[in-house]
Design a protein around this ligand. Structure first.
Ligand code: CAA
Length: 246
């Protein structure tokens, strides 16, 4: 197996940590990027890695130039980024009538601009080397919409258009671009939902339970494998049956 260099945004978050673990288990050299200045969280992240060697670099994905500088540094150090997983995401839930401009801007700039900012800087190198895997972590709520999530659902749905368009642009260069739409996964993000609202959502999941971060990480490992070279422009739902479509 070829060892690949993998960059995971939102890398120390609930999904990000599981994704880093899965990619490291697959034999890749993994770099987690996330907001800096949170030493305790970074320590918790390293503790959750079961001794796997994953490095951490501070990065605000909303900062286009900072993304460029980090990618340039990693390319110089490692020779290129082969796998990019965009898992940085936030929620600022509120009904539209109560949503302020800041809640809109924050969610769009992290969840959607962040994808552009990193893809824009890694894709040239991937195309030049003739190999690349990009996975964008979207959401079931980008497919269905969700009460209180006009901002989040718009960003997550936007990711699909981005994914399919970029997939077409780089398909002949050995680069695949796919998205995953997690359903409700047991992380800090879903724990923040008001309990009665969360219970109502879980009651509607056909499998009868929330997913685990590893359910998403396994899907990332599948889509980023060298052998997955004929899979591109796909959205892979991992949602316990909460939204079925074809
Ligand atoms: N559908 C229809 N009506 C609803 C509703 C729903 N799902 N939820 C609430 N309402 C109604 C209420 O019955 C209430 O009606 P009345 O005024 O007639 O009594 C009204 O809307 C106000 O409801 P709330 O008290 O809930 O309004 P709020 O402003 O206090 O709270 C909210 C709004 C915070 C968005 C809350 O509804 C909520 O938490 N919703 C869930 C959002 C959610 O699922 N977020 C997912 C986060 S995790 C994630 O995003 C990960 C992922 O990718 C899946």
């Amino acid at each position: 197996m070829t060892q690949r260099i993998a960059l995971v945004s939102g890398g120390i978050g609930g999904l990000g940590t599981a994704i880093c673990r899965a990619l490291a288990h697959a034999g890749h050299r993994v770099i987690a990027v996330d907001l800096g200045g949170r030493d305790e969280r970074v320590a918790g992240f390293h503790a959750a890695l079961d001794g796997l060697d994953v490095s951490f670099a501070p990065l605000d994905v909303t900062d286009f130039d900072a993304c460029g500088a980090l990618v340039a540094r990693l390319e110089a150090e490692h020779g290129g980024i082969d796998i990019l997983v965009n898992a940085a995401g936030i929620t600022r839930d509120a009904r539209l009538v109560k949503m302020d401009k800041r809640a809109w801007d924050d969610v769009l700039s992290v969840n959607l601009d962040g994808v552009f900012n990193l893809c824009r800087h890694v894709v040239d190198g991937m195309a030049a080397r003739g190999h690349g895997r990009i996975v964008n972590i979207s959401s079931i709520n980008g497919q269905t919409g969700q009460f209180g999530q006009t901002n989040y659902a718009a960003a997550k749905a936007g990711m699909h258009g981005f994914t399919m368009s970029l997939a077409r642009e780089v398909a002949r260069k050995g680069v695949t671009v796919n998205s995953i739409s997690p359903g409700y996964i047991d992380t800090e993000m879903t724990r923040a939902i008001r309990e009665d609202v969360r219970e109502q959502i879980v009651a509607g999941i056909p499998t009868g339970r929330m997913g685990q971060p590893d359910d998403i990480a396994r899907a990332v490992a599948f889509l980023t494998a060298d052998a997955s070279d004929y899979l591109t422009g796909v959205n892979l739902p991992v949602n316990g049956g909460l939204f079925m479509s074809f």
